[in-house]
Design a protein around this ligand. Structure first.
Ligand SMILES: [Zn+2]
Length: 184
């Protein structure tokens, strides 16, 4: 036989008879949807909307933590990707590839090649030959640098777009303290 328990409605205080084992009940007086909460010694009811709100709050917190973690992971993987795109100088500083440094290299090749190409015939064809080689080397190097710079720029754009999306979804959860962007 099912045991009946006496409990009061949390909303209006009316006495309710609840079958043992029942988790949800509707108050016969105020029609509140109630959750029957049992612990070791007591039994009481909670208005269900309140329970739902608490679950929503927890979900929001979990979602916020997930997004913050995703942002931290994205930042980390971008830092690794950035290091792959960059070259390190003698002092261990990272240099990002830029279109400008490619152009400078090509311009240098032009000037150097023209200088050697303009050498007098007293020195034979050797200066012209080395001038052409230097010009070609600078041209190839400069074009490669410009290509790297373009690839780096689009990789950075991808990273920034993804980060923006995550920040937006973080703002949508109502949390304003977005993860600090690491200084690059
Ligand atoms: Zn009630």
């Amino acid at each position: 036989m099912t045991q009946t328990l006496s409990v009061r409605c949390q909303n209006c205080g009316s006495p309710l008879q609840v079958n043992d084992g029942l988790r949800y009940v509707t108050c016969g007086y105020c029609k509140s949807e109630l959750q029957v909460v049992r612990d070791a010694s007591t039994i009481h009811t909670e208005v269900l909307q309140k329970v739902v709100n608490e679950i929503d709050n927890l979900k929001t917190q979990v979602r916020t933590l997930e997004v913050q973690r995703a942002i931290a992971q994205l930042d980390q993987s971008w830092e690794r990707e950035r290091q792959n795109h960059c070259h390190t100088n003698k002092n261990g500083q990272l240099h990002e590839p830029s279109v400008l440094s490619g152009l400078i290299l090509i311009a240098f090749g032009f000037i150097f090649g023209a200088f050697l190409g303009g050498a007098t015939h007293d020195h034979g064809n050797a200066p012209k030959f080395f001038g052409a080689i230097a010009f070609l080397a600078c041209l190839i190097g400069g074009l490669a640098t410009m290509r790297q710079a373009t690839q780096f720029a689009s990789a950075r754009r991808r990273y920034e777009d993804q980060r923006k999306l995550l920040i937006h979804s973080l703002e949508a959860t109502g949390v304003s303290d977005a993860t600090e962007r690491p200084s690059l």
